[in-house]
Design a binder for this molecule. Structure first.
Ligand code: ADP
Length: 205
């Protein structure tokens, strides 16, 4: 029988800082971070799925749902087999998935979503500026052109935002994404530490 992973979703528009915060959280014992975009970027670009990823992401579009969820599930399974992610010890922090309601439904049997951290950014232009800066540092096909970034925002507003409505309002915590990384982290920890403690024992004991 497959386990349902105890999960927190990091949710927010492109550039809202999900990856930055997820990485920090993932370094804390008892938390395990996985970014779906990162898994895609690490695929061999010569593989079938690697090619599909480049085709869609370079246009700012989502990779088709079935392929995405299948890849995600295989990846999670591999991590549990390798023992890097321990479902009985770690709270899973997911970023970048589910990206639409269809994915949320497909993930239902794999995830027990305990909390959603919604990184709220009211200034779209500020976020677009962040993405442009990131594009200069990291070699990302999806942030290289302004029109692709804007397309990613459209996709977020039309397809991803409705995911929030799919889950109960009571588990959604809004955090202002425009604060400093430390401030944003502080607010995220306020929400997730009690959840981690109520579902797991101290991982260092
Ligand atoms: P960001 O967080 O900056 O929006 P990601 O690194 O999460 O970007 O994703 C980069 C690209 O990878 C997306 O634009 C999309 O093409 C693809 N991708 C990532 N996650 C998913 C997903 N859950 N479903 C479909 N496509 C995805």
């Amino acid at each position: 029988m497959s386990v349902r992973y105890q999960t927190v979703l990091l949710f927010g528009a492109p550039g809202s800082g999900k990856g930055t915060q997820g990485k920090i959280l993932g370094n804390v014992p008892g938390f395990y971070h996985l970014s779906c975009g990162e898994v895609f970027r690490n695929l061999d670009t010569g593989s079938e799925l690697g090619k599909v990823f480049i085709e869609y992401s370079s246009k700012g579009l989502l990779v088709p749902d079935d392929a995405t969820v299948k890849m995600w599930h295989q990846n999670m399974h591999a991590r549990t087999v390798l023992g890097t992610y321990k479902p009985n010890v770690d709270l899973l922090v997911l970023d970048g998935i589910p990206r639409n309601v269809a994915q949320a439904k497909l993930l239902e049997k794999h995830l027990n979503v305990l909390q959603i951290i919604h990184l709220v950014c009211r200034d779209k232009e500020d976020m677009i500026l962040r993405l442009r800066k990131r594009a200069l540092k990291e070699n990302r096909v999806d942030d290289a052109k302004e029109e692709v970034i804007r397309k990613r925002w459209d996709v977020y507003e039309q397809e991803t935002f409705p995911v929030l409505e799919y889950y109960p309002k009571t588990i959604v915590k809004e955090v202002d994404a425009t604060g400093s990384p430390a401030k944003v982290l502080q607010h995220i920890l306020e929400a997730v530490v009690p959840i981690q403690e109520s579902h797991f024992k101290n991982p260092l004991r």
